[in-house]
Design a protein around this ligand. Structure first.
Ligand code: GLN
Ligand code: ZN
Length: 771
């Protein structure tokens, strides 16, 4: 059998045990010892599971209470100075409490420090705590987590491979907190700490050490490229004979191939899922001393591996390098997939046929082992049987009528440029819409959801458990919707929303009603800290069997003379927040969803809903990691949005909404979406974001820059909002401006919501009077 290599394992626990323990600890319901105990048993379980599965290179130090990047920042002593006040307060400098304070902020006993910034880990939905660096930044080995976990496993009789994010990647994922230096220049100061880390691991007996350098698969400045050989030279020397594995993932090496294959390491890990085609060129360059770890089992998605395809790659490598120099592994850490498919028992939401196409973390370990055995040509009867079963599953996926709906495929291939274009240009539509709605400048609206109170969530839970009937549930939702409409009328908001009380989540709600979707019971994936998401699974051609939102939107509209906005999630966001098919391009799936959303848009229009918002908060995050791939993505995602929103009358007003990101670099693409109105998150950046919309490029359609932050219960004063609107007016003509909060209000409570919206409407009126 070839050597098996797993890059990392999920750590929230199969049933989110760590999430629950963390939250109990934060609420002071359990002690630090109890929390440590939960963590310890998760680690032990993970290691044993991997050992039982036949994995040889089992990762350690991939566990984290909150985030592995924050773990590393504490390990190298990179703690932002604003947390200094906590060092005395919290018993020991590097305690769990300090760690959580950096992650979540700390407000107690007169101390008030904010949490550190979070951002997405490459193009995943995992968020890490951004390291902050200053010009005179120093580093010092400050925690031995990496060593403790290695030893902990060893005591259990399990030899592990410690995992650590490499020094170059660590600096690059961080941020300069002051001007006048380049964080990569801190490498010489950081390196000694890494040397200590590697030395300590070697002394403790570590045989292999995984150094994650995903940046090696990204676009790099020349200066950074030049650093890699010398830095790895030093790391290798410090490792005293322990074998280093330079680990890349999420992209192909491309222009960095020569650097990567020539690093002074024992092994180089390649992501052969994302970088499917890099094996040929890499094999041609590999020096005799290098072992290749082939990441063939996908760490980012939940599909069964295609053994035939993977074996072809493995055999290609074996015939070039020999069995000893080829390992079989996961493409990336399995952090991004759920634990165990065997826990899924609900046939109605995850049919047996669909389940047979899937593999979660535990199943993926077995796949790695199977492939390692199969590639060695002396597979036992059971493995051979599994190979046959794997082929059968792949074949059923290629042909299943559950997946393949010829009508849907035809409809996508028949999309024309006209389908992606409104009949008239924006100016003409604006006239038609003005005649239809007669809205003032600085028209007021909200982003869609109103508070999801305990009651609202309880109704939904009770309905699920069968404690209340559908009629009782509907009645409660109807009453909540009506009171939201009355409130908005009373507040004198111009364009109302129905409140989204009937929705659990902006993607799941649509997924549940679209064909081609399945759902899991325990398919949790860590998003950040204790927060996990359960992405729905798109397994087949997507279409819309029936109306999805018309009922509640039409009901809300029937209650009032003011326009009520229909509220939909856009195709790109639905794609982005689901597990997606790997048997067709992402763009094809997105177009299928776009057509389903278009059907809903037209149904709403027919029902008299003439203002329709299609949320696309996730458009930015789908951007590919390599620059060369980005424009293609933007082109099809913008076009998919247009397909979902263009085939409507001139006087139907299409809104879109975006948040969580910076838009400066994609502003022309956002404009190309051609929504009549865009509402965007801006208040935390004090309208700086508007620079993107009114800089060199003038955003042509209407804009609603958020005038207050909905992430906090704080009620902004009317003056603050007036100020922000004046700033906006200075750069965007008044006739283009709308007034709204940053995002939906579902996480807020009613009292602050009412107070803030009252001030917001006042602010809009003040601005109108000034015009
Ligand atoms: N319409 C959604 C809401 O108001 C938008 C949420 C979002 O942008 N994330 O909740
Ligand atoms: Zn939002």
């Amino acid at each position: 059998m070839l050597l098996t290599n797993n890059l990392g394992y999920p750590r929230v626990g199969p049933f989110r045990e760590l999430k629950k323990a963390n939250e109990a600890y934060w609420a002071k319901k359990i002690s630090a010892e109890e929390l440590q105990q939960v963590a310890k048993s998760i680690r032990e379980n993970n290691w044993k599971t991997q050992q039982d599965a036949g994995i040889k290179l089992i990762p350690s130090n991939d566990f984290s209470f909150y985030d592995q990047v924050l773990d590393l920042s504490l390990t190298v002593g990179a703690i932002p100075s604003r947390y200094n006040s906590l060092l005395n307060k919290l018993d020991n400098n590097y305690s769990l409490d300090l760690y959580f304070a950096i992650a979540r902020g700390f407000q107690e006993d007169g101390i008030d420090v904010t949490a550190s910034e979070m951002t997405k880990w490459f193009d995943t939905n995992y968020h890490y705590i951004v390291p902050e660096f200053t010009k005179d930044q120093s580093f010092k080995l400050s925690s031995e987590k990496f060593l403790n976990e290695y030893k902990e496993a060893k005591e259990l009789g399990i030899e592990t491979k410690p995992v650590i994010i490499g020094p170059i990647t660590y600096l690059l994922i961080g941020k300069e907190k002051e001007v006048g230096f380049d964080r990569i220049d801190l490498i010489d100061r950081l390196l000694p700490v890494y040397e200590q880390i590697l030395g300590k691991l070697a002394d403790a007996g570590a045989q292999y050490i995984q150094i994650d350098e995903p940046y090696l698969a990204l676009d790099l400045e020349e200066k950074v490229k030049a650093l890699y050989p010398s830095i790895f030279e030093k790391l290798n020397a410090a490792a005293k004979g322990a074998k280093l594995i330079a680990t890349t993932y999420f992209e192909a090496l491309q222009d960095n191939e020569d650097i990567a294959v020539n690093l002074p390491v024992h092994a180089l890990h390649l992501d052969l899922v994302r970088g499917e085609n890099q094996l040929d060129t890499v094999l041609a360059k590999v020096p005799a001393s290098l072992t290749l770890s082939l990441g063939v089992v996908e760490g980012r998605n939940i599909w069964k591996n295609d053994y035939e395809k993977s074996l072809a790659k493995i055999e290609q490598a074996v015939s070039a390098l020999g069995k000893d120099r080829v390992w079989v592994g996961t493409s990336s850490s399995l952090l991004h997939v759920p634990y165990d498919l065997d826990s899924e028992k609900k046939e109605d939401t995850l049919p047996a046929e669909v389940k047979n196409w899937l593999a979660f973390a535990k199943q993926k370990l077995a796949e790695v082992k199977d492939l390692a055995v199969l590639a060695d040509d002396d597979a036992d009867a059971e493995t051979t049987e599994r190979y046959q079963a794997n082929k059968a599953a792949a074949e059923s996926r290629r042909t299943s009528p559950l997946i393949h709906k010829p009508e849907v495929k035809t409809r996508v291939s028949n999309i024309t440029d006209d389908d992606a274009k409104r009949t008239s240009l924006f100016e003409a539509r604006k006239e038609a819409q003005k005649a239809k709605f007669g809205l003032p400048d600085f028209a007021t609206t909200t982003i869609g959801s109103f508070p999801q109170t305990k009651d609202v969530r309880k109704w939904r839970a009770d309905l699920k458990k069968g404690l209340i009937s559908q009629e009782e549930y509907d009645k409660a939702i109807a009453e909540e919707t009506e009171s939201a409409i009355r409130l908005q009328e009373q507040l004198d908001i111009d364009v109302l929303v129905h409140g989204e009380f009937e929705r659990n989540d902006m993607v799941e709600y649509f997924g549940e009603q679209l064909a081609g979707y399945a759902f899991t019971q325990y398919g949790w994936v860590q998003s950040y800290g204790s927060r996990c998401v359960k992405p729905p699974v798109i397994y087949g051609d997507v279409y819309r069997p029936a109306d999805m939102t018309v009922r509640w939107s039409a009901y809300a509209q029937s209650l009032t003379d003011r326009p009520v906005k229909g509220m939909l999630t856009g195709p790109v966001t639905i794609l982005q927040w689901s597990f997606v098919r790997n048997d067709q391009p992402r763009s094809t799936t997105t177009y299928q969803i776009a057509l389903a959303i278009l059907d809903e848009v037209q149904a709403l229009e027919k029902a008299g809903i003439k203002i329709i918002q299609i949320d696309e908060p996730a458009i930015r995050e789908g951007l590919p990691l390599r620059k060369a791939d980005q424009q293609d993505y933007l082109d099809w995602s913008v076009r998919a949005f247009r397909v979902s929103s263009s085939n409507v009358e001139d006087d139907t007003q299409i809104h879109t909404h975006m948040c969580y990101s910076e838009f400066n670099d994609i502003i022309r693409d956002i404009a190309a979406m051609d929504a009549d109105v865009i509402t965007i998150e801006t208040s935390r950046s004090q309208m700086e974001l508007l620079d993107a919309f009114a800089g060199e490029f003038k955003y042509p359609n209407d804009i609603g820059p958020g005038v207050y932050d909905i992430h906090s219960p704080r009620v902004p004063s009317t003056e603050e909002m007036v100020d922000l609107l004046r700033k906006a007016k200075a750069v965007v003509p008044a006739k283009q401006l709308w007034v709204n909060p940053d995002c939906g209000l579902k996480t807020r409570a009613w009292p602050e919501t009412k107070a803030a919206l009252k001030g917001m409407v006042e602010a809009a009126k003040i601005l109108r009077a000034e015009a």
